[in-house]
Design a protein around this ligand. Structure first.
Ligand code: TRP
Ligand code: SF4
Length: 328
């Protein structure tokens, strides 16, 4: 099976990204699927950003992905802007895309309502570029969060429109890919209220130093009923406990839950245990990340090698596309 997915370089990756996407990417790669993963730097240009810091952010994201287990020898790992075919196909598809359908995109509505004076055309055509990202490689499956379902639906619509309009009935060029929502786990932020996100500043970064990790956990929201050490708490409504379920072995979870209900342990004890198990997962990622970041040229080389492989596939698709649409 061929798998493709992308992620925007917009800042540090956090636990929400890890359990929502990366973990699943690594699993698919290690199952032996043919994987294409890219850094969607062109998509990240649709909102205001600092050009001077962008190259660093791209390298850091690539290093984090590799530290989490994306192996550039197994997967094709590349940067979107290093494969010009993405923007080329995006134009062709934009001439097939119904304006009204783009106006209905939830993400566009949310982002443009959030900053009504900063709405650029790129934000509007964002889903067309995403369709191009996907269709170029003819993947079977696209693993994404549920918030991307509508964009993938448009991707299938555009594939279908292109095939109908330009291809012989028995030889459609584009494949309508399936969306893979898998077992994406929803991770709440430090506030215990909203989903973990950079924009809410309630996240735990994957490569944060140990002391920062502990400070964040120390202040993380718990069951609000448990204000004093002597009040019993309820792990079922405590966000810290939901993290125990992701990181701690089952015996530890049971022990901490019982200790919470009987007020035998304090929240700080409970968080210390969580810290130990969370750090057991994050420490190797953090260490590998720092080793990789000491040799940024090696990361650049790995990405360039990935882009070269991606261009091989994408440019061949474009050659066919230009012929089909009536190029000379
Ligand atoms: N829009 C996606 C997101 O914000 C990122 C993305 C861009 C993507 N192109 C893609 C995901 C193609 C899957 C396939 O998460
Ligand atoms: Fe949450 Fe643990 Fe405190 Fe119970 S003891 S409220 S599970 S942090």
């Amino acid at each position: 099976m061929r798998i493709l997915s992308g992620i925007q370089p917009s800042g540090q990756l956090h636990l929400g990204n890890y359990f929502g996407a990366i973990y699943n990417w690594v699993r698919l790669q290690n199952k032996g699927e043919e994987c294409f993963f890219f850094l969607a730097d062109l998509h990240a240009q649709t909102v205001p950003y600092e050009a001077a810091t962008r190259p660093g952010i791209i390298l850091e994201l690539a290093a984090t992905l590799m530290a989490c287990g994306i192996d550039p020898h197994k997967s094709v790992l590349f940067v979107q802007s290093q494969v010009p075919a993405h923007t080329q196909l995006s134009w062709i598809l934009s001439c097939l895309a119904p304006f009204g359908e783009l106006e209905r995109m939830v993400q566009f509505k949310e982002k443009s309502e959030a900053a009504p004076h900063a709405v650029n055309v790129g934000l509007f055509t964002y889903p067309i570029l995403q369709a191009a990202d996907v269709l170029l490689y003819r993947p079977d499956m696209v693993p994404v969060g549920i918030d991307q379902a509508q964009h993938l639906e448009l991707t299938r619509t555009l594939a279908h429109k292109f095939n109908n309009r330009f291809c012989p009935a028995d030889a459609p060029l584009f494949k309508e890919p399936k969306t893979l929502h898998s077992t994406t786990i929803k991770v709440l932020g430090l506030d215990g209220q909203r989903k973990m996100s950079k924009s809410f500043n309630n996240y735990i970064g994957l490569t944060e130093p140990e002391d920062v990790l502990w400070e964040k956990l120390r202040h993380a929201a718990t069951d609000p009923a448990r204000v004093k050490r002597t009040d019993p708490g309820n792990p079922d409504i405590c966000n810290v406990f939901s993290w125990h379920k992701l990181f701690s072995p089952i015996e530890v979870q049971e022990d901490r839950a019982a200790g919470c209900r009987s007020a035998a342990i304090g929240c700080i004890d409970c968080k210390k245990t969580l810290f130990t198990h969370m750090n057991a997962l994050l420490a190797p990622i953090r260490e590998k990340y720092h080793v990789l970041m000491q040799r940024p040229d090696d990361i650049r080389d790995a990405l360039e090698a990935g882009a070269k492989r991606a261009r091989g596939v994408a440019d061949a698709t474009m050659e066919t596309v230009y012929k089909l649409v009536g190029g000379l």
